[in-house]
Write a protein that binds this ligand. Structure first.
Ligand SMILES: *[C@@H]1O[C@H](CO)[C@@H](O)[C@H](O)[C@H]1NC(C)=O
Ligand SMILES: *[C@@H]1O[C@H](CO)[C@@H](O)[C@H](O)[C@H]1NC(C)=O
Ligand SMILES: *[C@@H]1O[C@H](CO)[C@@H](O)[C@H](O)[C@H]1NC(C)=O
Ligand SMILES: *[C@@H]1O[C@H](CO)[C@@H](O)[C@H](O)[C@H]1NC(C)=O
Length: 614
């Protein structure tokens, strides 16, 4: 199982691919093993890569985020076709929600990143932009910013009203931890003013149209409405905890929930309403809405579309089934077996392929549902969700099955396998270096579109966390699921104020030299030694006689590790290769092109580079 707390000592800045924090036992891994490896070993392999891949995309220390302001997240390092070198409020909030949850679960080394994020968002709230400015809150709906924290002024699908709601949810999750750890005054004085602006925005604008999370459709979006309800509920709870108030949360949350019911058409969840884009409205938007409003304390409530609700299960089947026929790589896969999932079946963007984050969301909803059934002690088959369950037990009839029943065991065992099947799709279509792009080809599964998509990595981390039983905190769903008898079009006018966070919350000290540990996995025989040769004087300037020997003190059969730590000036770019020296003194350089590495600039004083002999 993926255990994020192992990675506390992760340096925040690093080159991608094969760099992991040093852990006691690192699974040795190569392409041949990948072909036959179990899902568990893939998840163990991919976990640290996903976390590092995500951190690489965060300024200012992220290895793939040069010039990005501290705390800002780029969607991807890709600068052309597509150009994602901007900071989106939505992607950033979802990314940091995953990091905050990992932090709360024990990865305390992430705290400086979280604090940089808070400071950066405080600045962004006050930046006037094409959506507007802070005086009436309108500027908070701006979807993306330049990486230096200035406004993006080009044409775009704006506003996008999920951003403030997601950001508030992330800040609230961190605030709850601070309060539990005796830092209520930081929440009250620094973080609450930022959250409060976002809550006011949601309460004021939830009933106006918005561009959806895919930035294509202007109308009402299930994902946005679901998140808005959640954030108003937990925002009010936080306010009460710290002696503040959120009258707009109280007055608007029930109305947002009332409106949320309009997305249910009796068979599946409509992704978009109040628009006419000519599509089926089957869209993974709805599954994402369900997993990001999952409350582990909730029942299988239909009103909030909880992952185990009959609505969300029916929707899971309809939505995932819609991709069975459109993607060639899904052909021949029977209903009830996992498939590659895209955004929506009519999608043509960048080829309209499967997305890693969409496929991972399909897994995550099922892990959430399994958790809920287990906690409740039963599951219910109803007329609405029966087709979903029949995929796993064709004879199943409507009824409630206690966890002691064989029907419950049969269904939950099969659904766990089904969920793991979606992770297996990810395993199949993840390249051997573990990098997660935005999409993978509908024809042959090769990675496509933006490389190293931050949201893909975050989605991997949250799906793997749910699989391992790590659940997010409750947002208060059990007392906020009652729908008013009549819906009305309402709004609560807010008054906004520029946040008071005037300095980075946790300035870190930039280091001038970094202790770089080069690790290489290679099975050696007695008498053989591995050396490190490279282009810089510290590595012998390509003179094999001056190459530096690695140590085998941590060599294990599971991970035949050779390593050496070299102190190098921050920012140095070097080429290197590993060399095998026989006891006779003969040397052999490894195959392939020279490896390249740039020593990170930033605050991390140590970094690990992990390679496999080639
Ligand atoms: C903010 O936006 C409002 C409404 O569009 C406008 O009247 C006001 O001049 C703007 N203020 C600033 C400082 O740009
Ligand atoms: C923070 O609070 C949590 C929850 O109360 C607690 O389990 C944890 O030990 C605390 N951690 C620190 C560093 O104070
Ligand atoms: C506003 O709320 C009303 C009542 O729920 C609903 O009928 C209408 O579609 C909503 N419009 C938007 C754009 O949210
Ligand atoms: C990882 O592998 C894929 C597929 O071979 C390749 O396209 C991508 O550039 C690699 N990523 C990195 C960071 O090396």
């Amino acid at each position: 199982m993926l255990s994020l707390h192992l990675f506390i000592h992760l340096a925040a800045t690093a080159n991608f691919v094969a760099q992991f924090p040093l852990v006691d036992s690192f699974p040795f891994y190569n392409n041949e093993e990948r072909a036959t490896g179990s899902l568990a070993s893939f998840l163990t392999f991919e976990g640290p890569i996903a976390l590092q891949g995500l951190l690489n995309n965060i300024g200012s220390g992220g290895a793939l985020a040069p010039g990005v302001e501290a705390g800002l997240v780029i969607a991807s390092p890709s600068k052309a076709n597509p150009d994602y070198f901007y900071s989106w409020t939505r992607d950033s909030a979802l990314t940091f929600k995953a990091l905050v949850d990992a932090f709360i679960a024990g990865n305390f080394g992430l705290q400086p990143e979280i604090q940089n994020y808070i400071y950066a968002q405080a600045q962004l709230q006050a930046v006037s932009n094409p959506s507007g400015n802070l005086s009436n809150g309108a500027g908070l709906g701006e979807p993306k910013f330049e990486v230096d924290g200035t406004a993006f002024t080009g044409a775009w699908g704006r506003p996008q009203r999920d951003g403030p709601a997601l950001r508030a949810t992330t800040f609230i999750a961190y605030s709850r931890w601070l309060i539990a750890n005796g830092s209520t005054s930081t929440v009250t004085s620094v973080i609450w003013p930022i959250i409060s602006n976002d809550l006011k925005y949601v309460a004021q604008y939830w009933n106006q149209t918005t561009f959806d999370l895919w930035e294509e459709t202007d109308g009402s979006s299930f994902f946005t409405t679901a998140i808005q309800h959640r954030t108003l509920v937990e925002g009010n709870t936080l306010a009460e905890q710290i002696g503040q108030t959120c009258p707009g949360c109280v007055s608007q949350a029930p109305q947002v929930l009332c409106f949320l019911q309009s997305y249910w058409n009796g068979h599946y969840v409509l992704a978009n309403i109040n628009e006419n884009n000519g599509r089926s409205s089957k869209d993974v938007n709805t599954i994402l809405g369900s997993i990001h409003t999952f409350d582990p304390a909730a029942g299988c409530d239909d009103t909030t579309f909880q992952p185990c609700s009959q609505r969300a299960l029916a929707n899971h089947k309809v939505t995932t089934d819609s991709f069975r026929t459109v993607f060639a790589i899904n052909s021949g896969i029977a209903e009830g077996s996992a498939v590659a999932v895209g955004r929506y079946p009519e999608d043509v963007y960048q080829g309209g392929n499967p997305w890693y984050l969409a496929t991972l969301a399909a897994a995550e909803q099922l892990y959430d549902a399994l958790y809920q059934w287990n906690k409740i002690g039963s599951l219910s088959v109803t007329a609405i969700n029966q087709a979903f369950f029949k995929d796993f037990m064709p004879s199943v009839t409507v009824g409630t099955y206690a966890s002691s029943s064989s029907t419950y065991t049969t269904l939950t065992t099969a659904i766990k396998t089904y969920a793991d099947g979606y992770m297996g799709i990810i395993e199949t279509y993840t390249p051997s270096n573990g990098s997660l792009a935005e999409q993978f080809s509908r024809k042959n599964g090769t990675p496509l579109s933006a490389v190293q998509l931050t949201w893909s990595f975050a989605s991997f981390l949250t799906a793997a966390a749910r699989r391992s039983g790590q659940m997010p905190a409750s947002w208060g769903e059990p007392t906020a699921s009652a729908v008013p008898s009549a819906c009305s079009a309402t709004s609560a006018q807010g008054s906004y104020a520029a946040p008071t966070a005037t300095a980075p919350l946790s300035p870190c000290t930039t280091v001038s030299s970094v202790a770089v540990t080069f690790n290489v996995a290679e099975i050696t025989t007695f008498g053989e030694t591995i050396l490190l040769a490279g282009s810089i004087s510290q590595l012998g300037s390509w003179n094999t006689a001056n190459a530096i020997p690695l140590s085998a003190t941590d060599y294990q059969s599971a991970y035949p590790r050779w390593y050496v730590t070299v102190s190098l000036p921050a920012g140095t770019t070097l080429q290197y290769k590993f060399v095998k020296e026989e006891s006779s003194g003969g040397t052999t350089y490894e195959d392939g092109a020279n490896r390249e590495f740039t020593v990170p600039t930033g605050c991390a004083a140590t970094v690990q580079v992990h390679d496999v002999w080639q």
